[in-house]
Ligand binder design. Structure first.
Ligand code: SF4
Length: 195
């Protein structure tokens, strides 16, 4: 089935536009298969930037979106919410990191950085083509945990679980807990007895 992918290229002020030709990347995106619309703007995560995404979705009947901007660690939740508000499943989003992986690391070679940005966008569009809508499920969780090993790490993990309301089963093969820590006479820097 034909997809209608929208590509939005962010300039991030001069953060990206300073070393990537965003117009050229946008033009290139328009030539990719299944791309129905491509545009660029100054700050895609801003209110006006997100409004442009929503308008692009409505005007061009887009069914998935690629945002070429910064790391998804920063704004993937932002753009998922944006496209969801425009009526698209939030998991039909792909991002191309043309800032941290491109403009910032190729600051002084605009031609090469632009070519790399095109490649990153091309790969994201290819991934976007294969995306499927997802639903988030809420499932019951058994609030119990088994910690294997009663050394200092296991004891601390068991205490952390217990403090968070989990029933804990601490399993230790030796007759007593404490592990290597229990064999140490004193610990630095307080010189306390370790037992
Ligand atoms: S989306 Fe990322 S790259 Fe674009 S303006 Fe916002 S922070 Fe900068």
């Amino acid at each position: 089935m034909t997809k209608r992918i929208g590509v939005f290229v962010c300039k991030c002020g001069m953060n990206i536009a300073g070393s990537v030709d965003c117009e050229a990347v946008t033009e290139f995106a328009r030539t990719l298969p299944d791309v129905a619309f491509a545009a660029n703007n100054s700050y895609t995560c801003s209110e006006p930037g997100q409004a442009e995404i929503k308008k692009g979705i409505a005007d061009h009947n887009l069914d998935r979106v690629v945002v070429a901007s910064c790391t998804p660690r920063m704004h993937e939740p932002t753009f998922r919410k944006t496209i969801e508000e425009a009526g698209i499943n939030p998991y039909l989003l792909e991002m191309a990191n043309i800032r941290e992986q491109c403009s910032w690391v190729h600051l002084h070679d605009k031609a090469a950085a632009t070519e790399k940005a095109k490649d990153l966008v091309k790969m994201s569009v290819a991934r976007a083509r294969e995306l499927e809508a997802q639903t988030e499920a809420v499932v019951p969780v058994t609030r119990a945990a088994m910690v294997i090993g009663g050394g200092i790490a296991g004891i601390q993990a068991a205490l952390d679980f217990a403090e968070n309301g989990y029933k804990v089963f601490l399993v230790e093969k030796e007759p007593s807990i404490g592990g290597l820590m229990a064999q140490i006479d004193k610990t630095y820097p307080t010189m306390d007895c370790s037992i």
